[in-house]
Design a protein around this ligand. Sequence first.
Ligand SMILES: [Zn+2]
Length: 272
Amino acid sequence: MKNNYMPLHKSLLALVLPLFFLVSCATVPITGRSQLNLVSSSSMLSMSNAQYNTFLRNNKLSSNRTETARVKRVGKKLERAVEQYFRQRGLGSELRQYRWEYNLIKNKSPNAWCMPGGKIAVYTGILPYTRTDAGLAVVMAHEIAHAVAKHGNERMSQMLLTEMGGAALSSALNSYPTKTRKLWLSAFGVGSKVGILLPYSRIQEYEADRIGLIFMAIAGYNPNEAIGFWKRMSKGSKGGKPPEFLSTHPADASRIRQIRNAIPDAMKYYRK
Ligand SMILES: [Zn+2]
């Protein structure tokens, strides 16, 4: 016969854990998935501003005017699309503290990321894969989707729990500034230079793909362009060292299949 009684410590945990998650869970704005969120938006945003400015000081901007203009043009259109999407759903306040910035960084590694508050970096190394405005919109919209779905926040919360015993971001920053900064940079995919490469979870990746396709469609870019971009990425990974972006963003057949499945929904938002 099955024993229906749990040992005391387990039943206590069962009682306490849901309470813990109740107070520390947030909901992803678009998909409705609930997520762990231990860090307040305001501390995420202030850390984001500081880390983005430090990054810009320590890295070179591209001197290619055409490509820089492309990043700014696509970024601006996506910014408007995201704000429109949130406003129409009564969620405008979620983005009130966003101060969007989009910069093209001179760096051969194919990479792109977006920190909370709309702080975006595109590396020149990803341009051979994006090729056009629409191709670039695939990557930027995907990264913006990670940010507005608070995936970095979720990752930072998980790392504060596992690496720092659940310390608050501000006290972690005071006690272990270097380690906290490294965790932060890896949470946002800033790069292997910090020594930790942390892929987003499959759930987060799928969510960012789905949301990103909608954002690019609203901005006037055809979501079907996503297939070509991911195929070029997956070809680029064959032979030699895979691009850094691919080690955090596997471009395999199952990803491309899921993107294909999400395109009809995104096409409802597409206006040429
Ligand atoms: Zn991603």
